[in-house]
Design a protein around this ligand. Structure first.
Ligand code: UDP
Length: 319
């Protein structure tokens, strides 16, 4: 019998899930990646097929979910996560946050596994407190277009705490702020793939609203490190993991133009409903509890990400 710890990663073929698969394989774990491939893509984990200790299961985690043998850890990362995706498939978004979370918590209880749930800064909604600390309860419109995602994530956190308190399941909750890096989908509608795709194709960059809204972008390797540390920590209450370096979307568009050297114009489109006006993580708890803070600044992270998107857009690696 293998003595490696075994981890189930739901959403394992997605952007974050696939980077987590890489990290856990590197750390010597047995990894079961599970995905229904609605928004995930096997290309993200193709390099892991045939690697010792890695298996992939095509399964929708909103249905009864079981993994043979022992299981030490579960990371629940299955969910549409971009506004375009969850507006297109709102019911699946609600189901994976609610029913999917219920299934993985039940599996964790059965196996005696520790489970880490991927929550998000969306639980803070359009925040009235800045930067956002974990004890802020948020400002969410349940019946707006983003409600399907925000409320799924809030329900998910409540369900997780109930399993912890009632059944004694070992649970961890990470609140993920905007994260970027290789393997984001060009067409997922998020601001970074949108701007990089537009710049590389010589199209105008579409800034929604006047571009004064802010975000704080974290490079994926930093996020994965924070999640890895949180999983192995004793912290049950939610922990923000993100990069506090905050910029306006207008400034971000200008950065992408400078980086790519594109001559594109910036044009404005309508601001989507309930688009948060400001967002910045307070990472005091992550620093204190996990000894974690981001190491990769935006200029370095964007360079690395641009290499990935150049290949996606032009089909071949460019120098
Ligand atoms: N945004 C934009 N142009 C685009 C896509 C997004 O100006 O083509 C804006 C969007 O309105 C939001 C910010 O960029 O204010 C980040 O959007 P994203 O969808 O990446 O994630 P969010 O943080 O809103 O979930």
């Amino acid at each position: 019998m293998s003595s490696k710890p075994k981890v189930l990663i739901t959403g394992g073929a997605g952007f974050l899930g696939s980077h987590l698969c890489d990290r856990f394989i590197q750390e010597g774990y047995e990894v079961v990646a599970m995905d229904n491939l609605i928004t995930g893509n096997l290309e993200n984990i193709a390099h892991l097929f045939g690697v010792d200790g890695f298996t992939f299961v095509k399964h929708d985690v909103t249905n009864y979910t079981y993994v043979e043998g022992r299981l030490d850890y579960i990371l629940h990362f299955a969910s549409p996560a971009s506004p375009i995706d969850y507006l297109k498939i709102p019911i699946q978004t609600l189901k994976v946050g609610a029913l999917g979370t219920h299934k993985v918590l039940g599996l964790a209880k059965e196996k005696g596994a520790r489970v880490l749930i991927a929550s998000t800064s969306e639980v803070y909604g359009d925040p009235l407190v800045h930067p956002q600390q974990e004890d802020y309860w948020g400002n969410v419109n349940p019946v707006g277009f983003r409600g399907c995602y925000d409320e799924a994530k809030r329900f998910q956190e409540a369900m997780t705490m109930a399993y912890h308190r009632y059944h004694g399941v070992e649970t961890r909750i990470v609140r993920i702020f905007n994260t970027y890096g290789p393997r984001m989908r060009l067409d997922d509608g998020r601001v970074l793939p949108a701007f990089m795709g537009q710049a590389l194709r010589g199209e105008d960059l579409t800034v929604f609203g006047d571009g004064s809204q802010t975000r704080s972008f974290c490079y994926v390797d930093d996020l994965v490190e924070g999640i890895y540390r949180l999983l192995l920590s004793d912290e049950v209450m939610p922990v923000n993991v993100g990069n506090p370096s905050e910029i306006t979307i207008m400034e971000f568009a200008e950065e992408i133009l400078k980086l790519t050297g594109a001559k594109s114009k910036i044009i404005h489109k309508e601001l989507p409903q309930d688009d948060p006006k400001i967002r910045q993580p307070d990472i005091t708890r992550a620093k204190e509890i996990l000894g974690w803070e981001p190491q990769i600044d935006r200029s370095e992270g964007l360079k690395r990400t641009l290499e990935f998107f150049k290949e996606k857009v032009h089909g071949v690696p460019q120098s």
